[in-house]
Design a protein around this ligand. Structure first.
Ligand SMILES: [Zn+2]
Length: 285
């Protein structure tokens, strides 16, 4: 009887620990507070940046900041226009281009964006960079790190963590944060997200770049370029961001609807952007 009661309480607590992803509305497990996520990711980001070398390429650095700021403004406009203004305070945006030859980029919770110089070699326009940054910012908006840490906590500590009985939760959070951020791992800063998270970030990223005034049509060609055009040399970026026919066909399938709902025909000022932002009704599979 006691066990049954405990199982019931655990299930009830799990339900109350669910949040929903902006734009897609998908329900997700969030066992870690925004504050805990932000402080653990900020310390990981700070130590990463202390060891990283900033790019000396001022043109490309300015490009990262320019596109990043527009995506950030579009993201905040969307959140503000959809009753999610509380989420905006979680972001304190930073944009960095660092010396690293890998084809990669990431956005930490809190809006800390890092692009590697290697990726810029295949980026030929602001629109293409917006595909990458929209995707990365989407991971942060969708709190994929929180969801992944919550799944890890649940797997490692079970009901204890859900019921609040875990004696040293902050140590447990730090421990799973190290696993999730994978400092020093072969993938670089962030360990791979699941296919579900990648697909969701693709979808949300296209919407964010469209709201920001960029052309989402370039996404198909960009991911084709990332897939190496059938060459045997697979870029490093693909080891963390699997690119395949499914991803590209999903993007092709979603583009008309996204352009219709979020596309702009005139100016791209924040005011105009805010007016254009409407709640998405599409829900990902
Ligand atoms: Zn991703």
């Amino acid at each position: 009887m006691k066990n049954l009661f405990f199982a019931f309480m655990t299930a009830a607590l799990l339900l109350s620990s669910c949040g929903s992803v902006p734009i897609t509305g998908r329900r997700q497990l969030n066992l870690v507070s925004d504050q805990e996520i932000l402080s653990s990711s900020l310390s990981q980001y700070t130590s990463y940046m202390q060891g990283a070398k900033r790019s000396g390429n001022t043109t490309q650095s300015a490009m990262v900041t320019r596109v990043g700021k527009k995506i950030a403004a579009a993201t905040e406009a969307y959140l503000n226009a959809n009753g999610l203004a509380d989420e905006v305070k979680n972001f304190s945006w930073e944009f960095n281009l660092v010396q690293d030859n890998q084809l990669n980029a990431f956005c930490m919770p809190g809006g800390k964006i890092v692009v590697y110089e290697g990726l810029m070699k295949i980026i030929s326009s602001d629109d293409e960079l917006a595909v990458v940054l929209g995707h990365e910012v989407a991971h942060a908006v969708a709190k994929h790190s929180n969801e992944r840490m919550s799944q890890q906590l649940l797997a490692q500590y079970g009901a204890q963590v859900v019921s609040g009985a875990l004696s040293n939760k902050s140590a447990a959070v730090r421990s799973v944060a190290n696993e999730v951020y994978g400092i020093g791992a072969q993938y670089g800063m962030m360990l791979p997200f699941s296919r579900k998270h990648e697909s969701e970030a693709d979808y949300m990223g296209l919407i964010l770049m469209t709201i920001a005034g960029y052309n989402p049509d370039v996404a198909v060609g960009f991911w084709q370029k990332m897939s190496g055009g059938g060459q045997s040399t697979v870029p490093e970026f693909l080891s963390t961001h699997p690119s395949d026919k499914t991803r590209i066909s999903d993007i092709q399938k979603n583009l008309p609807d996204i352009k219709k709902k979020y596309g702009q025909t005139s100016t791209t000022t924040t005011k105009a952007t805010t007016k254009k932002v409407t709640k998405a009704t599409a829900v990902r599979k």
